[in-house]
Write a protein that binds this ligand. Structure first.
Ligand code: ADP
Length: 252
């Protein structure tokens, strides 16, 4: 059973009434690749993610996940989603939230038991807790366990750790990377944080201000874990900043 699948976005444009959100996006994400999407607020990052998730239909263009339309991939529950809000069921314990997700595991992929997943995300001692009694970071850990439990081959992650303090965010991002290496899903990660994008991704895709088009891409060929003090890391960060800044100036 394939653990990850490819995402093809072809000549995609999207408008909301008078708002032209995205313009001619072409993007190919390889199976198991970790790609970050960066760009200023309102440039269409979340829109692109919702379109890939099959939650909205593009005004123009196509999206395929492993050769099938994104709506079909969504219906087949092949897509995992994480956002800033963990969106756990508050009246279920952490363990029950994870077990429920496991029941919808569409491909019947072999995923570890719910208790083992909680162990992996550092929540072994909180299985019986209710989500609202946990900190934001712990709730996101539980959400991560829930995503793992569904066994999905694609993780769409819209700034899942953005509301957390910086230390927790860095810690969780590091742990996420370990889980990505272990489960090997295809990941699309939205962030405002270039440093985080370079630390985590195989490739950073920079969008222009609205309507969002692809301003450029930066491949990150550095081995993980990455040393953010190295010359190579700093150089990639500089390139990404220059690309984003250029687009910001042009967009003003
Ligand atoms: P980002 O995630 O980069 O901040 P979004 O995809 O949320 O950008 O939004 C892109 C543009 O589309 C913005 O101008 C936003 O106001 C607009 N937009 C997003 N969602 C909707 C919606 N459901 N209806 C109307 N306009 C929307």
């Amino acid at each position: 059973m394939k653990q990850s699948l490819d995402i093809q976005v072809r000549q995609l444009s999207h408008s909301y009434a008078a708002t032209h959100a995205l313009q001619n996006i072409n993007l190919h994400i390889q199976p198991g690749e970790f790609v970050s999407l960066v760009g200023v607020s309102g440039c269409g990052k979340s829109t692109l993610m919702r379109l890939i998730a099959g939650l909205q239909t593009p005004t123009q263009g196509n999206i395929w996940l492993d050769g099938q339309p994104s709506e079909a991939a969504r219906a087949a529950k092949q897509i995992g989603w994480m956002a800033q809000q963990a969106a756990l069921l508050p009246w279920r314990t952490v363990l029950e939230n994870v077990q429920l997700a496991q029941k919808i595991n569409p491909q019947k992929r072999a995923v570890p038991q719910a208790n083992e997943l909680l162990n992996m995300v550092g929540l072994a001692d909180f299985a019986a807790a209710y989500p609202l009694t946990l900190s934001g970071g712990m709730q996101q850990r539980a959400a991560l366990a829930r995503t793992l439990a569904t066994g999905t081959a694609v993780w769409l992650m819209d700034e899942p750790f953005a509301a957390l303090d910086e230390l927790t965010r860095e810690l969780l991002a590091g742990e996420l990377l370990t889980l990505w290496q272990q489960f090997q899903p295809t990941v699309l990660w939205i962030t405002h944080n270039l440093h985080e994008a370079i630390r985590l991704s195989d490739r950073v895709v920079v969008l222009t201000p609205r309507p969002g088009t692809i301003a450029g891409e930066i491949a990150v060929p550095l081995p993980r874990p990455r040393d953010d003090t190295s010359m190579a890391f700093q150089e990639l960060l500089r390139q990404a900043r220059a690309l984003l800044r250029r687009e910001r100036v042009h967009g003003d």
